[in-house]
Write a protein that binds this ligand. Sequence first.
Ligand SMILES: [Zn+2]
Length: 254
Amino acid sequence: MPNTGRTWKTIVQDVVEKQPRVFHLADILQHADELAAEYPANRFVDAKIRQSLQVLRDQGVLRFLGAGRYERLDAQPAFSPFFDPSLAGGYTNRAQVARVLIETWAEMNLYCLHCTRDALARLPPNTPVADFACPSCDATYQLKAKDGRFGSLLIGAAYHTTLRAVREGKMPAHILVEFDRRRATVVYADGLPGALIDEARVIARRPLSLNARRAGWQGCNIDVSGLPSVAIVQPAGTDRTDARRHWRTLTTKP
Ligand SMILES: [Zn+2]
């Protein structure tokens, strides 16, 4: 079975849905080989399954009965601002820590702003410009995460690749996630339509020096000052129907 772009949460949820109302952890773990086939590079299949079950519990989809037993509640998934800080255990670089913590959180929680799809699919790691796509409407998303607040400049991808995406009308929506690592929670997440990022907002950075590992590579900054965005997470949380309605007002041309 090839990698279909389904997230761990979706994969585990599909297995959970086929279980009787009350089931045992072992009933899910016996699907581990089958689940791992979608993510052959992942060595932590059991841990990913347990973590996905915890998220489904936090979201009210199931509850733990103790002694490895679970009950399905058949509820719609709710949003959780919390992430698992232990995922970043092996990393010291701040950018890597942000990426590891928030990519997993995004897999579990992000939904499409453009249509009613409740989960996004992660794109292959080398996909230029975008990180996630909606399997229903093909909207694409670029995730930016920071422990703290963003300023008006975001660090973008390669300059010419970004400029080409802008010119071809293919800039993905940008999801800006500001988190608090110490409290293991996302504080703010905002969605910003890609179409609002025009050429003037893509600012070339100096090419890397000849001594650098990727000598001559040129990145860019993206100026997002003054751009409107939709709140996905704020300290009180927002309703997704309202977020989608607000999103349409930003993305529908008059
Ligand atoms: Zn969609």
